[in-house]
Design a protein around this ligand. Structure first.
Ligand code: FAD
Ligand code: NAD
Length: 494
């Protein structure tokens, strides 16, 4: 029987980075993936990468970014088909697949095709059409991911009623789509379809959409969505979904409302894909949602078994899964690793939104004295060039120390520019950094400077009005005092 220092189950982002990291440490590593010749996981084949590639295709083919200039009716292509939207998916997936497979080969990671399960705590069976093979593992890392929740009473047929994995296979763009579940997936796909002119209704059991995001940003997203014709039914639960004839679906809500549509995307969350692992043979048990509980360093209750990625639950992001994989391997092989810092969120809605740190609602609940610096993309030259009139960047900072506490953005390049603030936050920086720095021009990054000046102006205005003096925090012990020129005061105050 072949034996390895580490056997990884699942080749999504968590498993991939774990395998490469262990190989770089000089360990013998095998990675098992049940999708034949399809390393990359949900992330590469049905989730992150295809959905973002499709979004880009929609924005491109509809000419969405040019609508501010040419009007709402502008389209760069008059008729758009699912096949046209899918054209780039295969190309991007194939290239990404090549990159991952190449990394495994270069680093001597053995790829095993087949479904892996525990025989005993240190023996793994990998089963494929050629039969089972047994391998021995000193340590095991589980990264099997999740699958869409599919309640038995919902009449899925992959055509009129489908889950998010089936979405990409639609044969045509429907005239209308009812989205059940306004979580990240439902809102991302719902708004993509609305951009194509599909009549979209989003239903969610909660009163507020995306309640982990800053409220003003979500309000702005909802405003934009409504202007594209999206209807929201919030605080409503679905009682029944019924297919009507060949091309219609009726959704009945518990409140008695009835909605008729051509298609239904059912996206009410995902559950751990752990059933095939035979966890009991390793002395483990999944929770009621199929997830695996981990402690420090992503170690399970069985010390040589680790779990990372969506299978461990929150935050269930490709971005975080990769780092979890690396951290788990460091823990397993005694390599020191820093704890993960604040995780940014990037929601590829239309328009995109992104955030890191605390929201206004959290700071208010915690009684933190904060102020907001705001930049509207309509006043950023690059925003005008990119055709974004409605985006904004919000910097939340401590009123006394000026330390950055949260960053929230909606609009063009939000998911990219968030990382500028992330770095400043990670190093404990203050708003002053943005005031004092020069940014490339014209770029979206300029929004940081505009927002910082806005925030500092608010402090100044308050101070001049209420305290009657110029606000400058007391220098900390050992810190030199920076003289503020009167001219600078004038610039800040306008
Ligand atoms: C529609 C959609 C859009 C998303 N968009 C984003 C985004 O924009 N940004 C972001 O950060 N995240 C996004 N996510 C989340 C992201 O895809 C996941 O967080 C990420 O894929 C989780 O990685 P993972 O390592 O847990 O493995 P996964 O990617 O879930 O892959 C797990 C792999 O394990 C394999 N496997 C399972 N059991 C076995 C077994 N017994 N034997 C062998 N192989 C097995 C599966 O076949 C699969 O290939 C999105 C998800 C979806 C569904
Ligand atoms: N850009 C990104 O980072 C990105 C994109 C897509 C997905 N993801 C990841 O994928 C995960 C799964 O996303 P998801 O959207 O499937 O799940 P989710 O848990 O985020 O959302 C499910 C939503 O469905 C609602 N819901 C549940 N049952 C309902 C019912 N019967 N009727 C009406 N509403 C109901 C819930 O209130 C919730 O808002 C996310 O947690 C996220 O981490 C990330």
């Amino acid at each position: 029987m072949n034996s390895f220092d580490l056997v990884v189950i699942g080749s999504g982002p968590g498993g991939q980075k774990a395998a490469i990291c262990a190989a770089k440490l000089g360990k013998r590593v095998a990675i098992a993936e049940r999708q034949k010749e399809l390393v990359g996981g949900v992330c590469l084949h049905t989730g992150t990468i295809p959905s973002k590639t499709m979004r880009e295709a929609i924005l491109h083919l509809t000419g969405f970014r040019q609508r501010e200039v040419y009007g709402d009716q502008y389209r760069s292509r008059k008729s758009i088909t699912m096949d046209a939207l899918r054209q780039k998916l295969a190309q991007v997936s194939r290239r990404e697949w090549d990159v991952i497979q190449d990394q495994f080969d270069r680093n001597g990671v053995e790829t095993l095709v087949g479904e892996a399960s525990f025989v005993d705590p240190h023996t793994i069976e990998v089963l494929n059409i050629e039969g089972p093979i047994l391998i021995e593992a000193d340590k095991v890392l589980l990264a099997p991911g999740t699958k869409p929740a599919r309640p038995p009473h919902i009449p899925f047929d992959g055509r009129t009623v489908f889950d998010s994995d089936e979405f990409l296979e639609l044969d045509h763009i429907p005239r209308s789509m009812i989205v059940v579940g306004g979580g990240v997936i439902g809102v991302e796909y719902g708004l993509m379809m609305a951009t194509l002119g599909v009549r979209v209704t989003i239903i969610d059991g909660r009163d507020r959409l995306l309640d982990f995001c800053d409220r003003e940003i979500v309000d702005s997203l909802v405003y934009n969505a409504r202007s594209m014709g999206v209807t929201f039914r919030l605080g409503e639960n679905v009682a029944e979904v019924r297919r009507v004839g060949v091309n219609s679906v009726a959704v009945e809500l518990e409140s008695g409302k009835r909605i008729l549509g051509e298609t239904v995307l059912f996206s009410v969350g995902r559950e751990g894909d752990s059933a095939s692992l035979n966890l009991e043979a390793a002395g483990l048990a999944p929770d009621s949602r199929g997830r695996i509980v981990v402690g420090d360093g992503f170690q399970t209750d069985v010390p040589h078994v680790y779990a990372v990625g969506d299978i461990v639950g929150f935050p269930a992001l490709a971005s975080a899964s990769m780092e979890q994989g690396r951290q788990a391997v460091c823990h397993a092989f005694g390599v020191p690793a820093r704890k993960m810092g604040e995780i940014p969120y990037g929601l590829f809605t239309v328009p995109e939104i992104s955030s890191i740190g605390k929201s206004e609602q959290q700071l208010t609940a915690d009684h933190v004295p904060y102020e907001v610096g705001l930049a509207r993309f309509s006043e950023i030259a690059r925003g005008q060039i990119a055709g974004d009139e409605s985006g904004m960047l919000k910097l939340l900072f401590h009123r006394e120390t000026r330390q950055l506490l949260g960053i929230h953005a909606i609009g063009e390049s939000s998911t990219e520019i968030i990382h500028i603030g992330q770095a400043v936050m990670a190093f404990g920086g203050t708003l002053d950094y943005f005031r004092d720095s020069v940014f490339n021009y014209p770029t979206m990054a300029e929004a940081y400077k505009v927002a910082a000046l806005d925030g500092l102006n608010k402090l100044t205005a308050y101070d001049e009005e209420v305290v009657g003096g110029w606000f400058e925090p007391e220098p900390a012990a050992g810190e030199s005092v920076r003289e503020v020129e009167p001219a600078e005061k004038v610039v800040l105050a306008v």
